[in-house]
Design a protein around this ligand. Structure first.
Ligand SMILES: [Mg+2]
Length: 173
């Protein structure tokens, strides 16, 4: 049952996710979380580094969609200026928004990587939908949306994976 929470990769931040690495896995699309994945949850706009990361993916013909559980206004203000398609209030780990994004990108789930900082939403949703999953360490430890209870559950699941040798710590990379 815990396998549904196991990401394929665990990296320190999105900038370690290179187009070549994705292409080796046959990935043609990225569905990325916003809060604490691309920027800290309380940062409104994309940084230069994020803009460059997304444009490097797009240059390699990897499509990018932002899917967030946060509200429409927050996600729109972030995504529109950088012209990245998005979906807000996605209710991850529901897979509905992921599948809608797939249809828009004209890709199959096995051609798409779901990237995010939360096991209980991003990774669980991605795995349930048959996507590749990449966990990143959260940019900041605080989060407007996630409870301390959820983070405690995550910590226990991650420790289980470390102990079983199923996952290496993202912080070490
Ligand atoms: Mg997040």
């Amino acid at each position: 049952m815990l396998k549904k929470f196991l990401p394929e990769r665990y990296v320190k931040n999105v900038f370690q996710i290179k187009p070549s690495m994705l292409q080796e896995d046959g990935i043609k699309g990225v569905i990325t979380d916003l809060d604490n994945t691309l920027v800290a949850w309380d940062v409104a706009d994309a940084t230069g580094e994020v803009i460059n990361w997304i444009s490097d993916l797009q240059k390699a013909e990897i499509q990018v969609t932002i899917i967030s559980n946060n509200n429409e206004e927050r996600v729109r203000i972030f995504s529109e200026p950088i012209k990245v398609p998005y979906e807000a209030a996605a209710r991850k780990p529901s897979t509905k928004a992921f599948h809608r994004a797939c249809e828009r990108m004209n890709l199959q789930p096995h051609e798409v990587a779901v990237v995010g900082d939360q096991l209980l939403t991003d990774v669980l949703g991605g795995n349930r939908g048959g996507f590749h999953t990449i966990l990143v360490t959260p940019i900041v430890q605080t989060d407007a949306k996630i409870t301390r209870f959820n983070r405690a559950i995550e910590r226990r699941i991650l420790n289980h994976f470390y102990k079983k040798g199923l996952l290496e710590k993202g912080e070490d990379k």
